[in-house]
Design a binder for this molecule. Structure first.
Ligand code: SF4
Ligand code: FES
Length: 477
């Protein structure tokens, strides 16, 4: 393992570590635009330069590998001058439209300009202007703001492999553009170019102008709309989630990017509190948990059906309600078309199948349960369900189970026809309103924390099921 000196600090790093990463490990953040750990380094922006003892010129730390005995300076006068010069070049043609730019607050050009640039401009010539180009319904491009780092272009070549973007022309006429007529609408990963763009050249049509980013508080959560429960940041303000962004986990390259379907899912959980049920319901009437529990435990054979998209705590509590372990059934059959296996595995959308299986739930046995209900061997059914993750056939099967059971209790964060048919329902929180964890298909444990508060009266599935179980204990006493 090479040992080197960075600003007089001695550090040992893994063989093959880039200088930029070695500096970071030593506690020095090197400014950079074109470098991204998931993309091929191209060293075009020249912002990451450092001085290496014995070398006549400054080196780009994003392309130089740390080697034994190197002596690196990250803040020498030559480095400081070089950074200021790069900033001046980048700003020559950049419009001064920060007050109306959606990137303001998370713009690397703003940040580095403040840290490394000059507070004056020597530019007296008119700035260059590009013609307008349409990238479709998802992404908006403002080429005047582009600093030509080519992260977006490399992403469409190397990661999404959809090739919509390219670099045309050279020198002062360089521009990021599309191959003629191509929008980014057909790219299922298009939203990532917005995260990758270090400036405001690429913005999201869905999010732009809705919220200034400095009001947002990032909360660690996961995606329910992916095969691997991708880690996400849920950006929250005023008890609402305004956007989802990928949350990279160290050592897990698949967590750099998310699909647009996952990104847009934040709107699915943005529920109007005024339209939400806040009380337990029994036979269509508002009820109390005690009455509901009494009705449930008057039946001696209780089966539970848990959809493998809920958390492990909820699975545990639900399993405890079943009369025997043989009456724990798993549900959920959503699949994704596998276009990018590195992010999707085999496309099984029931990302916590493992967590439920480990707690005794058996998947693919719902027909069997329906038979047991029809024959009177099972008298009551408790369902934890979200209809988005069950196909029409499974939703129909669940509906028949609910209709056939003498008693059914349904917990659904977003009520479906099952809630309407059930004997009883409990007002259930969405996953953004609770904390729990899942174990994905790769065996990775992924926690999610409460991002927003549920309305009064609405509780997490685990909290409801725990309380229901307490009532059973009381009933037995
Ligand atoms: S649009 Fe953004 S990501 Fe793409 S080259 Fe320009 S600055 Fe870089
Ligand atoms: S980040 Fe190294 S040259 Fe751009």
């Amino acid at each position: 393992m090479p040992t080197l000196k960075i600003n007089d600090q001695t550090i040992t790093v893994e063989p093959g570590t880039l200088l930029l990463d070695a500096c970071k490990q030593a506690g020095y953040d090197i400014p950079h635009y074109c470098y991204h750990p998931a993309l091929t380094p191209v060293a075009t922006c020249r912002m990451c330069m450092v001085e290496i003892k014995g070398q006549p010129k400054l080196a780009t730390s994003c392309t130089v590998t740390a080697t034994e005995g190197m002596e690196v300076s990250t803040h020498s006068p030559a480095v400081t001058d070089a950074r200021a010069a790069v900033m001046e070049f980048l700003l020559i043609n950049h419009p001064l439209d920060c007050p109306i730019c959606d990137q303001a607050g998370e713009c690397k050009l703003q940040d580095y300009s403040y840290q490394y640039g000059s507070d004056d401009s020597r530019m007296v010539e008119p700035k260059r202007r590009y013609r307008y180009e349409d990238l479709g319904a998802k992404i908006v491009i403002d080429k005047n703001r582009c600093i030509h780092c080519t992260r977006c272009v490399r992403f469409t070549k190397e990661v999404s492999r959809t090739y919509e973007l390219t670099v045309a022309n050279r020198g002062a006429h360089l521009e990021v553009t599309t191959y003629e007529g191509l929008s980014m609408d057909a790219n299922p990963l298009a939203g990532n170019v917005v995260d990758l763009c270090p400036v405001g050249a690429l913005t999201s049509r869905d999010f732009r102008f809705h919220k200034r980013v400095w009001y947002l508080k990032p909360m660690a959560t996961i995606s329910r709309h992916s095969a691997l429960a991708s880690p996400l940041w849920a950006d929250v303000d005023e008890n609402r989630v305004w956007r989802f962004r990928p949350r990279h986990l160290a050592g897990q390259p698949s967590t750099h990017f998310i699909f647009d379907e996952e990104r847009m899912a934040c709107h699915r959980y943005d529920l109007d509190p005024a339209t939400r049920a806040t009380q337990p319901r029994l036979k269509g009437e508002a009820s109390t948990l005690e009455t509901l529990g009494e009705a449930l435990f008057s039946h001696d054979s209780i089966a539970v059906i848990g959809q493998g998209t809920f958390g492990c705590d909820a699975a545990q509590r639900l399993g405890e309600l079943a009369s025997t372990e043989a009456l724990c059934f798993g549900s959920g059959d959503k699949r994704y078309a596998v276009t990018h296996p590195e992010f999707q595995g085999d496309g099984d959308g029931i990302f916590n199948r493992r967590g439920f299986t480990e707690r005794g739930f058996r998947f693919g046995q719902l027909e069997n349960l329906l038979e047991q209900v029809r024959q009177g061997q099972v008298k009551a059914v408790v369902l934890l369900h979200d209809e988005a993750f069950s196909g029409p056939q499974e939703n129909d099967l669940l509906s028949r189970i609910v209709e056939a059971a003498p008693f059914s209790l349904v917990l659904e964060p977003l009520p479906s026809v099952l809630s309407a048919k059930a004997t009883a329902t409990l007002p259930t929180a969405t996953y953004l309103e609770e904390s729990d964890f899942v174990v994905n298909h790769h065996g990775d444990l992924r926690r999610y924390q409460k991002a927003v508060e549920a309305p009064k009266g609405v509780r997490s599935p685990a909290a409801w099921l725990k309380q229901v179980q307490t009532l059973r204990t009381v009933a037995m006493v």
